[in-house]
Design a protein around this ligand. Structure first.
Ligand code: LLP
Length: 426
């Protein structure tokens, strides 16, 4: 065994994951195919919780909403950051305790707010308008719901603009200058009990300094809110820790993040005289590197570039098309072969932007080879679609040689599943 990247290894020139040969998996289950290593999910979660021993980890379900993944994380003691009613439904069903679920969202429906009140989870309130709606709904159910406000801290991390969420102009949260007023209003309203404060500055952040800035800003607000006489119970600093997608890319570890965040959090909590539970909402760090997307080479074309046409496209992994994201690729059945030339790996979707990997050094690629796309566990399957009439693929879980199907591949029937044909077209 030889490690290629983290938990990914090779045996007889084949890529293996969780002790299983990817070429065997493809023979048995076909492609495209998502394959997740269970132990890596657990290890990533544990590494994060060990770095923040007193904090609660609310897994960001949007990163990977597979139910078995949620069960694994529930077993590990995770809470959940949910961003919609479907994620809330799944998190509760997976056994995540309602006290450890934060319902986030900048545009929740009244029905979603009702569901939050009925199920007794916490809500991160994104605007004063939402605060009033939530108060009305809670009163009508004779209940009081625990809330936090989502703060827009106006912090600018160095990441792709589409995944930066805490900028002044972002759609998320209440401008930090207006937050204290929001707590004042909440205290006056029935049905809502402000017990927390929340922010999230972005994703795939490879530098810890924006977290320093965000935590300091949040502690300033905690201090001001305390002066109002509001005793907060938690501070949720969201997430955003990046992972190294490129070979040699440096990314801070959870421990590096803790070394920045905890001293500020502890020192300032003491100075202000508050005893807050720290909450973190990791998604990408837990799931990103756990999973490969396996795809078969349908066809080769030597035109302006050497194009490798594979059977997965942005219908299954949209990150390269949407954010110009880099995902490392290897030829899974030839991991020992010598580099031959530069190839561009493209999907089958009818869009010029359907490119999974630009100009990559690969061994000679031929029809029927298997390309493995690394680090596809976060925002991979969860952002997939049926574009171009393509049923979604299966997901497997592997662990120490054991293989389980955790999602069946869709069929043509699934393309038609909810479509109704008026009788005049029959
Ligand atoms: N908490 C909140 C409120 C969030 O909005 C997010 C991600 C997270 C936690 C988890 O952040 P993470 O640990 O994964 O960085 N689709 C994009 C990423 C969008 C992230 C949206 N919010 C991508 O593929 O890069």
């Amino acid at each position: 065994m030889f490690t290629i990247k983290n938990h990914l290894e090779k045996r007889d020139s084949h890529l293996t994951i969780g002790g299983v040969d990817t070429v065997d998996l493809v023979e048995k289950y076909g492609t495209p195919l998502y394959v997740t290593n269970e132990q890596r999910v657990r290890d990533n979660f544990r590494r994060y919780s060990e770095a923040f021993p007193d904090a609660d980890m609310y897994y960001a379900a949007k990163a990977n909403g597979n139910f078995t993944i949620m069960r694994i994380l529930a077993q590990e003691g995770a809470g959940a950051d949910v961003f919609g009613d479907g994620e809330l439904y799944m998190a509760l069903l997976a056994g995540i305790p309602k006290e450890k679920i934060l319902f986030n969202g900048n545009s929740k429906t009244d029905r979603e707010l009702e569901m939050a009140v009925e199920t007794g989870v916490r809500v991160s309130v994104d605007s004063l308008d939402e605060l009033n709606t939530l108060s009305r709904i809670a009163k009508s159910q004779n209940r009081t719901i625990n809330i936090a406000f989502r703060v827009n801290p106006d912090v600018s991390p160095d990441t792709h603009p589409k995944i930066s969420t805490g900028l002044k102009t972002s759609k998320f949260g209440i401008p930090h200058q207006e937050v204290v007023e929001a707590y004042k209003e909440a205290v006056e309203l029935e049905g809502v009990n402000p017990i927390g404060m929340h922010c999230h500055i972005g994703s795939q952040i490879l530098d810890t300094s924006p977290f320093d800035e965000a935590v300091n800003r949040m502690m300033d607000l905690v201090e001001q809110v305390k002066r109002l006489g509001v005793e907060l119970e938690f501070l949720d600093i969201g997430s955003g820790l990046g992972i190294p997608y490129k070979k040699g890319e440096l990314a801070p570890t959870p421990k590096d993040l803790a070394d920045v965040v905890l001293p500020i959090f502890e020192k300032r909590s003491k100075a202000i005289g508050v005893n807050l539970k720290l909450i973190i909402e990791p998604g990408r760090y837990i799931m990103g590197d756990t999973t490969v997307l396996l795809t078969t080479v349908n066809t080769m074309k030597h035109a302006a570039k050497k194009f490798v046409g594979v059977d997965a496209g942005f219908n299954l992994l949209i990150r390269p098309a949407m954010y110009d994201s880099y995902h490392h690729v290897v030829v899974a059945n030839k991991v020992d072969a010598q580099i031959s030339s530069l190839y561009t790996v493209v999907g089958p979707i009818c869009e010029t932007g359907d490119i999974l990997a630009h100009d990559r050094e690969l061994p000679e690629v031929e029809k029927n080879d298997i390309i493995a796309i690394f680090d596809a566990g976060a925002y991979g399957f969860s952002m997939s679609s049926q574009y171009n009439g393509r049923p979604r693929c299966a997901e497997l879980l592997v662990n120490d040689g054991q293989v389980d199907i955790i999602r069946k591949a869709e069929t043509y029937d699934d393309l038609l599943a909810n479509q109704l044909v008026p009788t005049r077209f029959l």
